[in-house]
Design a protein around this ligand. Structure first.
Ligand code: ADP
Ligand code: ASP
Ligand code: MG
Length: 477
């Protein structure tokens, strides 16, 4: 007999879903709606929209200022005003006084840090993590207070006491056993008492208690870790579009909502650039067979996208098209011999040593081409590779990735894909080992046009059981 699903639902709200007081009130309404249905929400929030970028800009300005700390303090003071004004629209009386004091204390310590960076002229990844953490720490405080003000019992939970990670600042790896333990002692009792825990996404702490982050877009990952650790009945990722779409709607406004997509397809899309989900989100949920939904906080009635364990068969070969920009192609030509035994291993060891992930690989008899998205380690990697091969690299490349479980069932797909973009210069091609993606590299400036041409070709007559065709019909009317 299967065990009934837990009533716990982890609800994550992205930056645009908490961008201002109006959006936060919408968020509070969505969560209390779940509560009324008898569910037990656990809320994970991002920083208010654009705050993470502004905090990184603050840190960069303090670092670049050579003693001049004013530009950094200027950005911080504008952020302080934005947070205090938002808090004032959402809280009142004693609650607002306490919140206001706490926001001021946070910004006072941020300013202290910025002055330190400007004085010393040094900015480490560790300090950068501490600085960006203010975004989620502040938004979660303001939102927890907004729940209370609206009459819903809530408790602010410092995510750093829950999301225990290693010390790899900038992109820390979570320790799921420690997280599960912390959730059991600090979050579960709140849920059982009918209180809504509100915590920031993205941030965590290292074994020695220092602040870490899970990498950009990491709040989705927090939601999945919390959902996995609590054995939640569902994880909901609330964003600013109707769900996972057939491509980025900012590039292609007639993109359609995908009604259901498999974990494997969604993971592939996220990894290859669909910003709607953080690449690592899916794993903790898959392992525990927890359904994940992507929903629109501006249109909560919409059904969104359900990410399911098993794929549903579809008449179209692809479910969605993603693009990942800012990539570099490295061509490695074996200088002294043809690709001798062990050569590939020595090449990959260099990337491994620098913790640099490779997105795509293609090989010929004497050369290997790989693509990477990190620029920082590039000079060191190329120098090391230069000892065993001739190395060249080209930046400003982009990867286009078409994803679908049904690629394998369609013959002649590659001809159709490349036929649709015959005017675009293609640099590397790969058909994924997982058999559910087909990817190729092009120049960054060709991305929008390539995506539109491919979308026109493959989503002109979509399968209504998988794609929200009614929305397109409404648009056309
Ligand atoms: P949040 O702040 O909620 O985390 P993000 O900005 O990280 O939101 O992700 C949502 C954005 O992802 C959308 O506004 C959309 O432009 C972009 N996006 C890219 N690819 C897709 C896709 N396939 N489906 C939906 N959205 C996509
Ligand atoms: N605020 C962080 C970012 O902008 C994390 C997130 O929103 O997911 O990357
Ligand atoms: Mg995001």
């Amino acid at each position: 007999m299967s065990t009934p699903r837990s009533n716990v639902v982890v609800m994550k709200f992205g930056g645009t879903s908490v961008e201002d007081a109006t959006a936060i009130l919408r968020t509070v309404g969505i969560v209390t709606g779940r509560l009324r249905k008898g569910l037990n929400p656990v809320v994970v929030v991002s920083a208010m929209s654009k705050v993470t970028d502004a905090l990184l800009a603050c840190a960069a300005a303090a670092h670049a200022g050579r003693g001049d700390r004013e530009p950094a303090l200027d950005i911080s003071s504008r952020l302080r005003v934005r947070h205090i004004e938002t808090a004032a629209r959402l809280s009142s009386g004693e609650r607002l006084t306490t919140l206001h004091r706490s926001i001021d204390e946070h910004f006072d310590s941020l300013d202290e840090l910025l002055r330190g960076i400007a004085a010393v002229g040094e900015l480490t990844v560790r300090t950068s993590d501490l600085i960006v953490s203010f975004g989620e720490r502040l938004s979660s405080l303001i939102i927890a207070a907004a729940f209370a003000e609206q009459g819903t019992e809530s408790a602010h939970v410092d995510a750093r006491g829950i999301i225990r990670t290693d010390s790899h600042y900038g992109k820390a790896a979570p320790d799921e056993t420690e997280i599960e333990r912390a959730l059991a002692t600090k979050v579960l009792p709140l849920v059982q008492a009918g209180v809504i825990p509100v915590m920031g996404g993205f941030i965590g702490s290292s074994p020695n208690g220092e602040t870490t982050t899970l990498g950009r877009g990491g709040s989705d990952y927090t939601a999945a870790l919390v959902g996995g650790g609590l054995h939640a009945g569902a994880i909901e990722i609330w964003t600013d579009v109707n769900g996972i779409m057939t491509t980025d709607p900012r590039i292609c406004p007639d993109a359609l909502r995908v009604k259901t997509i498999s974990f494997e397809e969604a993971a592939e899309l996220a990894y290859f650039g669909a910003k709607v989900l953080h690449p690592a989100t899916i794993l903790p949920a898959v392992q525990k067979n927890i359904p994940v939904w992507v929903l629109n906080s501006r249109n909560p009635e919409n059904e969104g996208t359900k990410i399911t364990a098993t794929p549903q068969s579809c008449a179209s070969p692809f479910k969605s098209i993603a693009a990942k920009k800012k990539l570099t192609i490295i061509d490695i030509v074996a200088s002294r011999m043809l690709l001798a035994h062990g050569f590939l291993k020595s090449v990959f060891d260099v990337f491994d040593k620098h913790k640099c992930a490779i997105d795509m690989v293609s090989t010929s008899e004497v050369s290997i081409s790989v693509t990477v998205d990190s620029k920082e380690a590039l000079p060191a990697i190329c120098e090391e590779l230069g000892r065993i091969a001739d190395v060249k690299y080209e930046s400003n490349k982009a990867l286009i990735c078409l994803v679908g479980e049904d690629i394998r069932g369609h013959s002649g797909i590659a001809a159709q894909v490349f036929g649709a973009i015959s005017h675009v210069n293609i640099r590397m091609i790969s058909q994924g080992a997982s058999e559910i993606n087909m990817s190729f590299m092009i120049n960054e400036e060709d991305v929008d046009e390539a995506i539109r041409s491919l979308h026109n070709k493959f989503f002109a007559a979509p399968d209504a059981s998988i794609f929200d065709v009614e929305a397109r019909a409404t648009l056309a009317r």
